[in-house]
Design a binder for this molecule. Structure first.
Ligand code: NAD
Length: 498
């Protein structure tokens, strides 16, 4: 192991975390342990919160919302706290990245870059807080004036997944706070540490008590109870489409809480023969292997023009074979461990299913043995038929399936041949082809001659079964508001009853 990796390796002593309600830390009566997926040692002990704990957290968030200590501030004051948080995150960047790597298994260089993006989210939201405004209607006649007020929705429940624990948190929390809402977060049980660490940072930045609360534990217990809670006004859920569906039922059966859902994807990357094939091959390898393919926006279906398909497959294989799989604390590592045991098994099962169904492995297709931890080689399948499970299901791992097309219409039809609509990418030097594909392919995020580019200015979200609503950017702040139409009579009333 490289010297830097040795220096950063887990100490062998697990860190205990409490949970955070109403500005105070509480101890869990029961704890569960989290093992580093790269090092096979216990790194954190996390509280198993109860429904009573959740009720306390929601009550604290409700009090903080109603007493106006947050929603009642001038936007300049809310903005200042978000900017201060960004400053503190810059100072704690390496520490947060360290815990993110231990629980998630992603490379340290990547974790640090993600935290830079989180800082940018807080800065963006600080500006958004000051720009958030309503509207007025001065065209309703001499005696009527109209105003449209934007008001914060209230108490927001936030459930996050384990693939980008801190980044997904920070693509939501600053925007929720910018709108004036208060929040109860339930992070994924395997990656709770950095969500808890944010509590101290927000407190130090001056966030009033009760505005940011964190309960930890499993999805089935505390997560489900949050989705059903009658005093939560809105739920933002990021995770699988199956659980997203259960959030809809829970909202319908409780208080019809507003929902924001960011769910799964089976994202196409369309490569035309006239594109820069070297660039495109690099993007294809990155798009499926980044974060070991455990991204909702991983491009897991390569749709390539027949005339260059054989050549292009070779270029992609050459790229994928060079990806450095390794200890995430080694600065040279490009992809680290698979985050959970269950996900590791799911990916390996899909690889076996793909082989059994007749697809051909061009590279990878196996575990990588590093002596400890769980790693999978970037895998490319060709000869994939549209009804194979590797073609239809979200695998959430570094497994790419190749499809071929001859016409633009066929490329569009293959790209849309999925229940999902989260993201898509198109590669061509012909702008009209690029725009035709962009217009016709149903996806919430689109990349033309690039992949996974962006920043907190741009909204995130999906079409079809990939979700409802948008996070980040001005659209993201607006999601956490509701609209009130106010009608003001300026004249003398014309009486209805003479
Ligand atoms: P998951 O749906 O199992 O879990 C996500 C979160 O929901 C976790 O915090 C979990 O504890 C909680 N949860 C689980 N069951 C619950 C229930 N019944 N009620 C309430 N909460 C519950 O998903 P995962 O395994 O953590 O993440 C992988 C999935 O998430 C993939 O399908 C992926 O596409 C999706 N995802 C989507 C996005 C996006 O932005 N669209 C981002 C990341 C992950």
């Amino acid at each position: 192991m490289n010297k830097m990796a040795q220096k950063l390796a887990p100490s062998g002593v697990a860190r205990d975390f409490g949970f955070f309600i109403d500005g105070e830390w509480r101890h869990g009566r029961e704890m569960f342990e989290r093992k580093s997926p790269s090092h096979d040692v216990i790194v954190t002990r996390i509280a198993r919160c109860t429904e009573d704990d959740l009720n306390d957290a929601v009550a604290a968030a409700r009090r903080a919302f109603e007493n106006g200590t947050w929603a009642g501030l001038a936007s300049s004051e809310r903005s200042a706290i978000l900017l201060k948080t960004a400053e503190l995150l810059k100072q704690r960047r390496d520490d947060i990245a360290f815990w993110e790597v231990l629980e998630n298994g992603k490379p340290i260089s990547q974790a640090k870059a993600e935290i830079d993006n989180c800082i940018s989210c807080f800065e963006m939201a600080a500006g958004a807080a000051r720009l958030l405004h309503g509207d007025s209607f001065n065209n309703l006649g001499e005696s009527l004036f109209g105003m449209v007020l934007r008001e914060p929705v209230g108490v927001v429940g936030l459930i996050t997944p384990w693939n980008f624990p801190f980044m997904i948190l920070c693509e939501r929390v600053p925007f929720i706070l910018a709108s004036g809402c208060t929040v109860v977060v339930k992070p994924a049980e395997v990656t709770s540490a950095t969500t808890l660490m944010l509590a101290d940072i927000l407190t130090e930045a001056g966030l009033p008590k009760g505005v940011y609360n964190v309960v930890t534990g499993t999805g089935k217990s505390v997560g489900q109870a949050l989705t059903q809670h009658p005093d939560v006004d809105m739920l933002s859920f990021t995770g699988s489409t199956g659980v997203g569906r259960s959030c809809i039922h829970a909202s319908a059966d409780s208080n019809l809480k507003k929902l924001g859902l960011e769910l799964g994807g089976k994202n196409p990357i369309v490569v035309f023969a006239d594109s820069d094939l070297e660039d495109a091959a690099d993007a294809v390898a990155f798009g499926i292997s980044f974060n070991t393919g455990q991204c909702c926006v991983s491009s897991s279906r390569l749709i390539v023009e027949e005339s260059v398909a054989d050549k292009f497959e070779k270029l992609v294989v050459a790229k994928m074979e060079k990806i450095r799989v390794g200890d995430p604390f080694d600065p040279e590592t490009q992809i680290g461990a698979i985050t959970t045991d269950a996900q590791n098994k799911t990916i390996l099962d899909y690889i076996e299913k793909g082989k059994a169904e007749g697809a051909r492995v061009l590279c990878g297709g196996n575990k990588v043995d590093l002596g400890r931890g769980q790693y999978i080689a970037p895998t490319l399948f060709t000869n994939v038929k549209p009804d194979m499970s590797i073609a239809t299901d979200e695998i959430f791992g570094p497994v790419l399936s190749v499809f071929r097309f001859s016409t633009l219409e066929e490329a569009i039809s293959l790209a849309n041949d999925t229940v999902y609509g989260l993201a898509a990418s198109v590669w061509t030097k012909d702008i009209s082809k690029a725009l035709k594909v962009t217009r016709k392919v149903q996806a919430g995020r689109f990349w033309v001659n690039t992949i996974m580019a962006g920043g907190p200015e741009m909204p995130l979200g999906g079409f079809k079964q990939s979700g409802w609503g948008r996070e980040a950017g001005m659209y993201g702040v607006e999601e956490y508001t509701q609209i009130k139409s106010v009608h003001v009579d300026l004249g003398k009333r014309t009486h209805w009853i003479a």
